[in-house]
Design a protein around this ligand. Structure first.
Ligand code: HXC
Length: 257
């Protein structure tokens, strides 16, 4: 497929999507949204892929929705078009997605990172929801996912002031799981994605689904959901292999069946 705003690559069982609009700090225009979603869904369907990495440039993961593209939007058109709806599909991918964030992750850029499952930041990363400065609010889940990730106090502070938060504060707040020196960002993200992709794919997909369920339901329902999937895992060949490999003191060779 021909893409204009992203680069698509694969390394072993990892699919890599690199946002590539350097002239606009990877601002998320409609074309980029369409391309990221299409590429991600293709990797998600590809049996040769076990995990994805989404990344940007050293200067910017993404500086938000494309302000120049959206400034003349009007309510009826964006409402009838379900403008930005396609981004939701990213949150519905089955396979684990690692976001490797360097530089600006602002507005939609921060939201895009939060649509991913594992967030790894370079020490240069700067997160924020500056929409308020433009007279709007986040539109692809920022006010919801940021609040769930870092709590009301920090989320209100960031969203209402529009200030940026550095990598150290982002890790301390629970938005990102690791901070690494900038030059280590991609190797680290790839290592995480490769490690996940080497696991049993059904187990990894069950794991992602189960963790995500924690954000959508009560504790009792979430535990019931987990228990059903846990029992279901015993229907896989990978469970037999994983446990046999442990007993035989050898590495497991999963077949994703
Ligand atoms: C369109 C953008 C852009 C954006 C940067 N550019 N961000 N274009 N939309 N969000 C363009 C600039 O216009 C400029 O183009 C070029 O990228 C380089 O940006 P500079 O501003 O010159 O860089 P710098 O001075 O280093 O400042 C970096 C920055 C600043 C602090 C990140 O660019 C900035 O504040 N950007 C906007 C951030 C923002 O408000 N994001 C939230 C958007 S609202 P030219 O042609 O002049 O060289 C949003 C809603 C979410 O995301 C909806 C869900 C998707």
């Amino acid at each position: 497929t021909e893409y204009e705003t992203i680069l698509v690559d694969r390394k072993g069982r990892v699919g890599i999507i690199t946002l590539n609009r350097p002239e606009a700090l990877n601002a998320l225009n409609t074309r980029l949204m369409t391309e990221v979603v299409a590429a991600a869904k293709e990797f998600d369907r590809d049996p040769g892929i076990g995990a994805l990495v989404v990344t940007g440039s050293a200067k910017a993961f993404a500086a938000g929705a494309d302000i120049k593209e959206m400034q003349d939007n009007r309510f009826p058109a964006v409402y009838l078009d379900d403008w930005l709806g396609p981004w939701d599909e990213l949150g519905r991918l089955r396979k684990p997605v690692v976001a490797a964030v360097a530089g600006y992750a602002l507005g939609g850029g921060c939201e895009l990172a939060m649509l991913c499952d594992v967030l790894i930041a370079a020490d240069t990363a700067k997160f924020g929801q500056p929409e308020i400065k433009l007279g709007v609010i986040p539109g692809i889940g920022g006010s919801q996912r940021l609040t769930r990730a870092i709590g009301k106090a920090k989320a209100m502070d960031l969203c209402l002031t529009g200030r940026m938060m550095g990598a150290e504060e982002a890790e301390r707040s629970g938005l990102v799981s690791r901070v690494v020196p900038a030059e280590q960002l991609l190797p680290e993200a790839l290592a995480v994605a490769e490690a996940v992709a080497a696991m049993s794919l059904p187990a990894a997909v069950m794991m992602k689904e189960s963790v995500n369920r924690a954000f959508e339901t009560t504790l009792a329902e979430g535990v019931r959901f987990e228990r059903r999937l846990f029992h279901a895992a015993f229907a896989t060949a990978d469970q037999k292999e994983g446990m046999a490999a442990f007993a035989e003191k050898r590495p497991a060779a999963f077949t994703n069946g």
